[in-house]
Write a protein that binds this ligand. Sequence first.
Ligand SMILES: Cc1cc2nc3c(=O)[nH]c(=O)nc-3n(C[C@H](O)[C@H](O)[C@H](O)COP(=O)(O)OP(=O)(O)OC[C@H]3O[C@@H](n4cnc5c(N)ncnc54)[C@H](O)[C@@H]3O)c2cc1C
Length: 393
Amino acid sequence: MTESSKLSKPVIIPGGGIGGCACALALSQKGFSSIVLEQSPEFGEIGAGIQLGPNVHKMFIRLGIDKAIQDIAFYPNNLIMNDALTGEEITRVDLGKDFRKRFNAPYGVIHRADLHDTIIDACRHSKLIDLHTSVKMVDYEETTNGVTVHTEGGDNYNGAALIAADGLWSMVRPKIVGDRKPRVSGHIAYRAVLPIKDVPEPVLNDDVVLWAGPKTHLVHYKLRRGELFNIVAVFHSDKYEEGWDAFGDPKELEERFSNERPEVHMLLDKIESWRMWVLCDREPVKTWSKGKVTLLGDAAHPMLQYLAAGAGMAIEDSVVLAELLERNDGDFEATFKQYEQARYLRTGRVQTTARIYGDIYHAAGVVGELRTMMLSARDPKNYDGVAWLYDGV
Ligand SMILES: Cc1cc2nc3c(=O)[nH]c(=O)nc-3n(C[C@H](O)[C@H](O)[C@H](O)COP(=O)(O)OP(=O)(O)OC[C@H]3O[C@@H](n4cnc5c(N)ncnc54)[C@H](O)[C@@H]3O)c2cc1C
């Protein structure tokens, strides 16, 4: 790894989530220094799982962290969709050797904290990355030869450019894109992680399983080499307007999933403490850069999680951006324009397809029956429908 920067001033990256840290790592590998400013007192992700398609594993190779990820991830055998009312299997995607051969990489699931820690560890090994916590950006301005970021604590950071990885509620985005608050979808997600020994036998397997019910779904899979078990329960509600990461109410879940299969209830009954998310997204946009400032990850293209691809898109953004910056010899304005051109159709497709997947998972009545009829005819080893996503960049 190059140890001296190609830049006289570092890139400033507000936001030390998966996107911001992956971006700092990708830039460092091309010889560009950066400062990551994270508002929280510590870098970290909440306890929950994350799915990573083969497109993301190819990015891990380019970031040099593929071995570390393999040591801590879990590699499921199938993606399975079951009917949450009848228990009938609707469809499955076989993730075995044919899948790996087709995409030249596996499909994995990982604890968010394990993914984040792996990226942070790699960042800490680079002299080109400065990681700061408890630093909240409150404003920024472009100067003649770079950017200045102002923080809540009254400090200023001067940099060559700004890559805002400050998430769904990005404070940089309104200045560039000019849109308002994110769209509240009316869908709520409850998430929890169980030690594997607490998982009831009938639901314990090596697959990612989704129970699709009317206006609800529940997903579960093993994590951390099979030591943990991730559960996500999603339902429609107009009770919440917006919010992020609060405690959820188990009684509400019982109500929403009341008519569903015993397997679903076995898992709901096991969890005492849920974390809750009000799911939001935005319409895709074509432009998210201005001068020496750009957006990355959820700040640029927030999406519903139904394709399990938001973090993967942030990691892809990082690799693409760093490679373009190298190709453009550190010219930020040219790079940022090319980067959004390279990314907006792919990320826009994930944003819009994720909404459609939500409708498919939550279909009820005749629409639900039609969904089952159409999907049950699928060959589990036909990967044509997912190739646009998993082939990657
Ligand atoms: C229920 C659920 C399930 C999901 N499942 C998957 C999945 O299976 N696969 C997948 O790929 N994706 C999944 N996602 C999406 C994924 O979590 C996000 O797309 C991803 O975390 C976005 O990363 P990010 O770094 O862009 O933003 P964030 O993770 O939101 O990080 C932004 C960071 O910026 C910091 N910050 C914000 N403002 C400031 C400021 N002013 N100054 C300094 N710091 C600031 C925040 O504290 C935060 O650390 C899921 C999302 C949800 C809600």
